[in-house]
Design a protein around this ligand. Structure first.
Ligand code: XMP
Length: 511
């Protein structure tokens, strides 16, 4: 049985980070909201250990999240972090108080007195704190194992019951020995072996779906993106020709995209691939539309219609395969059953077409794990490491009305920019980079003639999560080359500008 750790979520902001840090040590971890799992379920699942996360509440507030104290008697090791540390102390009979001076926030010097959790960690180090309440009196059976200037109980331990609490955040990188502390918990306390690897995940998934989907037909909508590609290839390894993939060319793709999909899926993997040429259909429906949200809506609806038509032509399809990944699942409510990716491309499909089942082979994985699986499956690196591309495609990068002419100009300019970034060896550096066709024309001069052509904007951003982003400081030479090539090689472009706005206040996309 796969050894796993439960990260019991009490509303902290670093919860997914805790899961990441544990998985990086090759132990599978999953997050569940505190009110989405019962004591009986926890027992049944056979967790090796439990982490109580942080959270914004105070344990004495009756409205704050609590848990059945019976969890302390299950014999499963527990590590409480921040609010989780206070909750653990409170459940076991300790005393919590609001800070006497101000709250403790940021990097703080930590001193420990040893114990299993601090094995291999120097007695003085730096930790990351963010709290107002603190544990004033540890519960019976516990001893204080670390402190800071303002926090007398920065860590506590009850080795006999394998219960541990830390007021600081071991999961953030500012805590110098955070990874070592988690390692100690996982391996020395919980007795994990660290056998969560992507090649095991691949072979286990193939075996599982081969069995579960025996005799069934499955359908998968490829978007050209990483997630659906990896999900499709994984399922293909399990059920071979019983999987059919549909790729809709809505005419809003980047240069070379459709060809790459055909090359990889049809020729390299020899999968059943249907490429639907729906370019005219989409353009007709988008004619005269300038409002961004309206564009998105039309594209979403039309996509579903095209996909439905193709599915009907194929006859009975039992299963819909989707590339939902872990952050999608967690965002839509941890642990809730069969969350369907709210991606506009495929939203609403299952009810309409009547699949028996939705299969989401990647719903336990983070993006970098999905990429690792993709490489393991032999999907080419340029597809696996690809930057994100929005579902509505170039429609939201052509400002204003979408025309064939504007799309062609943008496609060429975008391809040049991407090529120059690649050539400069920066393909991995910005998180996303692309060209935008502004709805403006500007005066230029070429030879002896005045021109009046399009203004192209280039955008490159760095970000961890796309909620906030900073514009990339690309080398001037690279921007100069891109600008010069775009104005020379793409007809009717007279000017190139570089977008130096971060998010917020701007968004990544222009529409
Ligand atoms: P914004 O523009 O919101 O972009 O800062 C954040 C990330 O989301 C992508 N994006 C979309 N993806 N459908 C998608 O599938 C959309 O309508 C859409 N709008 C933005 C954007 O490319 C960036 O990665």
């Amino acid at each position: 049985m796969q050894e796993k750790i439960l990260v019991l979520d009490f509303g902290g902001q670093y919860n997914l980070l805790i899961v990441r840090r544990i998985r990086q040590q090759h132990v599978y971890a999953e997050v569940k909201a505190w009110n989405s799992i019962t004591l009986e379920q926890i027992e049944r699942e056979g967790y090796r250990g439990i982490v109580f996360t942080g959270g914004p509440n105070s344990v004495y507030d009756p409205a704050s999240p609590h848990f059945d104290p019976g969890i302390l008697r299950l014999g499963i090791p527990i590590l409480g972090i921040c609010y989780g540390h206070q909750l653990l102390a409170w459940m076991a009979g300790g005393e919590i108080r609001p800070a006497e001076s101000a709250s403790e926030y940021g990097r703080v010097a930590l001193e420990h007195t040893g114990g299993t959790l601090f094995e291999g960690i120097p007695s003085e180090s730096v930790c990351w704190m963010s709290h107002t309440d603190y544990v004033k009196t540890v519960p019976g059976g516990f001893t204080v194992t670390a402190s800071t200037e303002n926090c007398s109980c920065a860590a506590m331990a009850d080795d006999s019951r394998k219960l541990y609490g830390v007021q600081f955040h071991p999961e953030v990188t500012h805590t110098e020995y955070g990874n070592r502390l988690l390692w100690n918990f996982l391996f020395a306390v919980c007795g994990c072996h660290g056998n969560w690897t992507m090649d095991d995940f691949v072979s286990a998934s193939i075996a599982r779906y081969r069995h579960e989907l025996s005799g069934k037909n499955a359908l998968c909508a490829l978007s050209g993106g990483v997630d659906s590609a990896v999900a499709a290839v994984l399922l293909h390894r399990a059920i071979a020709d019983r999987l059919t993939c549909v790729f809709v060319d809505h005419g809003l793709l980047r240069k070379g995209e459709r060809e790459q999909v055909e090359q990889v899926f049809r020729r390299r993997f020899q999968m059943n691939l249907i490429v639907v040429d729906a370019r005219e259909r989409f353009l007709t429906r988008l004619k005269g539309v300038t409002e961004p949200e309206r564009k998105r809506k039309i594209i979403g609806e039309e996509f579903i219609r095209v996909f439905e038509e193709e599915a009907k032509k194929l006859g009975k399809q039992n299963v819909l395969v989707q590339g939902t990944i872990y952050p999608d699942v967690v965002e839509s409510g941890a642990g809730s059953a069969a969350v369907i990716k709210s991606h506009h491309n495929v939203g609403g499909l299952p009810e309409k077409i009547g699949f028996e089942r939705i299969v989401e082979p990647l719903r336990e994985l983070f993006k970098d794990e999905v990429r690792a699986v993709g490489l393991e499956l032999g999907i080419p690196e340029e597809m696996v490491m690809r930057q994100p591309f929005p579902g509505p495609g170039l429609a939201i990068r052509v400002m204003g009305e979408i025309t064939e002419e504007k799309l062609t100009v943008l496609r060429e300019a975008d391809a040049i920019f991407r090529e120059e970034i690649m050539r400069a060896g920066l393909a991995d550096a910005p998180s996303q980079y692309f060209a935008v066709l502004t709805d403006n024309r500007s005066v230029g001069v070429m030879g002896d003639e005045r021109t009046y052509g399009w203004v192209i904007a280039l955008r490159a951003v760095s970000t961890d999560n796309f909620m906030t982003a900073d514009w990339s400081r690309l080398p001037w030479e690279l921007l100069a080359r891109a600008s010069s090539r775009i104005t020379n090689e793409v007809r009717s472009v007279s000017r190139v500008v570089y977008d130096i706005t971060s998010k917020p206040p701007a968004t990544v996309e222009w529409e």
